[in-house]
Ligand binder design. Structure first.
Ligand code: C2E
Ligand code: MG
Ligand code: MG
Ligand code: MG
Length: 295
């Protein structure tokens, strides 16, 4: 049978599995302690208006610097935090820290545009927590950041199988003046019709669609569809994961008004953001990349 015929690779496979499980268990144990050990910090990635290069948002991205394993990707530890429920205290820390820094930048740099927002990712488990809205409102109040400066990103898949309570919570966030964005849009299988009934303000086109722009006609068609639906519903659209000038040019031509990606700016440390603002930079594209700018 297949197992005895490939006994060698089965063994390697099972060892790899063990290693994977051991690491996971280890991370889970360390995650319990990470908050009190102050191992978390935030990066911020700008979102710009593609026409002008103006920074309209800073997305807070959580980082975990583990004593032995070094920097661990959120793609690895967020799911563990979700499953264990640790995402509640970790998310609480993230929102407070992000809001605190945003408040600080707004006070230090009065030239920052009034429309600049802070964007924070929330995971499904946080949306199922009944105290969420109360807690966010209280944190913003304590920190002194207006709710209108905050935007919350949730994944599309959350909405596809969400219950009434989650929808109410989203409505409640919006009633407080907080904006809502659907992250990784296009991967969660929600019908576009379904969107019209949802309490959201913005769609973030998943980077898998942006990745193959220019090589694959289908991607352009999908993006065009998302953009026209967003327009019809009065939503903002952000193209995620822009890595090349070509992708940026294509996105703009398809009517996508906002963008984010390594080509525009990598996620920055808090100090990096302060340096940027200190230099008076609220635009991020070199002038020659802007349409209609003088040669
Ligand atoms: P996301 O919210 O979709 O964030 C965008 C991710 O794409 C970030 O990865 C960012 O560094 C990366 N990215 C940005 N531009 C480019 C690009 O041009 N090319 C490529 N290849 N990647 C790009 P990161 O920081 O590793 O975060 C991964 C995911 O982890 C996030 O995806 C988000 O879902 C989750 N996450 C991050 N921070 C938090 C948090 O505070 N709370 C929760 N619940 N989830 C978070
Ligand atoms: Mg996001
Ligand atoms: Mg995203
Ligand atoms: Mg994404």
């Amino acid at each position: 049978n297949a197992r005895s015929a490939s006994g060698g690779s089965y063994k390697v496979f099972s060892q790899a599995l063990d290693r994977g499980m051991r690491r996971r268990l280890e991370l889970e144990i360390h995650l319990l302690r990470a908050l009190e050990r102050e191992e978390f910090f935030l990066n911020f990635q700008p979102v710009i208006e593609l026409d002008t290069g103006r920074i309209v948002e800073l997305e807070a991205l959580l980082r975990w610097e583990h004593a032995q394993h070094g920097l661990i990707s959120p793609a690895e530890f967020i799911p563990i935090a979700e499953e264990t429920g640790l995402i509640i205290p970790i998310g609480r820390w993230t929102l407070r820290e992000a809001a605190r820094l945003m408040r600080e930048w707004l006070s230090r740099f009065p030239h920052l545009p009034p429309e600049l927002k802070l964007s924070v990712n929330l995971s499904p488990r946080q949306l199922r927590y009944s105290g969420l809205v109360q807690e966010i409102a209280a944190t913003l109040d304590e920190v002194g950041l207006s709710p209108s400066r905050l935007k919350i990103e949730i994944t599309e898949s959350l909405l596809v199988d969400s219950d009434e309570a989650v929808l109410c919570r989203l409505q409640d966030l919006r009633a407080h003046g907080i904006e809502l964005a659907l992250d990784d849009f296009g991967t969660g299988y929600s019908s576009l019709g379904y969107l019209s009934g949802l309490p959201v303000d913005c769609l973030k086109i998943d980077r898998t669609f942006v990745e193959r722009l220019g090589q694959d006609q289908a991607q352009a068609a999908i993006i065009q569809t998302i953009v026209s639906v967003a327009r019809a519903l009065g939503l903002n659209v952000v193209g995620e994961g822009i890595e090349t000038e070509m992708q940026l040019v294509h996105l703009r031509a398809l009517g996508c008004t906002r963008g984010q990606g390594y080509y525009i700016a990598r996620p920055l440390s808090a100090d990096g953001v302060a340096t940027l603002f200190q230099r008076g930079l609220t635009l991020l594209l070199p002038a020659q990349k802007l349409p209609g700018s003088p040669p």
